[in-house]
Design a protein around this ligand. Structure first.
Ligand SMILES: CC(C)(COP(=O)(O)OP(=O)(O)OC[C@H]1O[C@@H](n2cnc3c(N)ncnc32)[C@H](O)[C@@H]1OP(=O)(O)O)[C@@H](O)C(=O)NCCC(=O)NCCS
Length: 235
């Protein structure tokens, strides 16, 4: 399981057979910050989840822009007991691949005011792609690795986190040919572990001392393979 501990981050998507990546075309060049226009354009192309129970209509899932970063930093520092570097947040804006597999959840006070300002950031998922270790068959695609997933507690139980994960899983299958989804979860985070189990993840390993600043320090490695159900919206 050490390959998951110090992963080879995938910088570019693997060559697609004859599928043009659905979202890649909307991405800016690597050295350009994602601006609001691009973000708006991408918002239109977010995968739908036809077979999942829909979210409340006042919940919006959209890409992260430069203006969101201070709010995202605050959300993550509130909810996750680990400090994240400035680079971690900068990459969301500067790296089109990371931007494509990061998604925010916004709660609008009034659904009829969707386009207006009266909304707050309530949750986020930020992922990266990990190359699988070399295997004899070499058939495995990369893994969608969840670096962070967090939702403010008053907004839990609406399926927002499930929709965030499902939308990115589906996108990562289509755009990068991933074959699995994985995450490290703090061993004391019973609720978090249960949430993953309910969504088909299983424990594939433990890493002692993974969270150096926490007590206990261990991480549970949770993982699941993707399947056609993810594309059908039954993730
Ligand atoms: C992990 C975490 C994101 C889960 O939040 P959550 O609100 O429980 O998860 P969801 O938004 O997916 O809601 C799930 C519940 O909503 C219900 N629900 C209601 N409407 C729904 C809908 N439209 N679609 C799907 N589920 C819906 C589901 O039945 C589900 O209940 P269940 O888990 O008992 O089956 C949240 O607990 C959290 O932020 N924790 C702190 C950070 C953390 O631990 N992160 C994970 C480890 S890194």
């Amino acid at each position: 399981m050490t390959w998951l501990n110090k992963p080879n981050t995938v910088r570019e998507p693997p060559p697609q057979s004859n599928n043009t990546p659905q979202h890649a075309a909307a991405l800016p060049s690597k050295d350009k910050a994602i601006d609001q226009d691009v973000a708006n354009e991408k918002k239109q192309t977010l995968a739908t989840t036809p077979n999942m129970t829909p979210l409340p209509p006042n919940v919006e899932l959209r890409p992260c822009t430069k203006d969101d970063i201070p709010h995202l930093k605050r959300l993550i520092s509130l909810l996750l007991p680990i400090p994240y570097s400035d680079k971690f947040f900068r990459e969301i804006i500067e790296d089109p691949l990371i931007n494509n597999i990061t998604l925010l959840a916004l709660w609008h006070d009034d659904v009829s005011l969707k386009a207006a300002q009266k909304c707050r950031l309530v949750g986020a998922i930020r992922c990266r792609l990990l190359a699988h270790p070399p295997s004899p068959s070499q058939t495995d695609g990369p893994m969608l690795y969840l670096s962070t997933l967090a939702l403010l507690s008053p907004y839990r139980g609406h399926g927002i986190a499930a929709h965030l994960l499902h939308t990115l899983t589906r996108r990562a299958i289509e755009d990068y040919g991933i074959s699995s989804v994985g995450a490290h979860v703090w061993e004391a985070n019973e609720l978090g572990l249960e949430w993953y189990r309910k969504r088909g993840f299983r424990e594939v390993g433990r890493e002692e001392g993974y969270y150096r600043r926490l007590e206990p320090k261990g991480a549970v490695v949770m993982q699941r393979d993707v399947s056609v159900m993810d594309l059908l919206g039954k993730g």
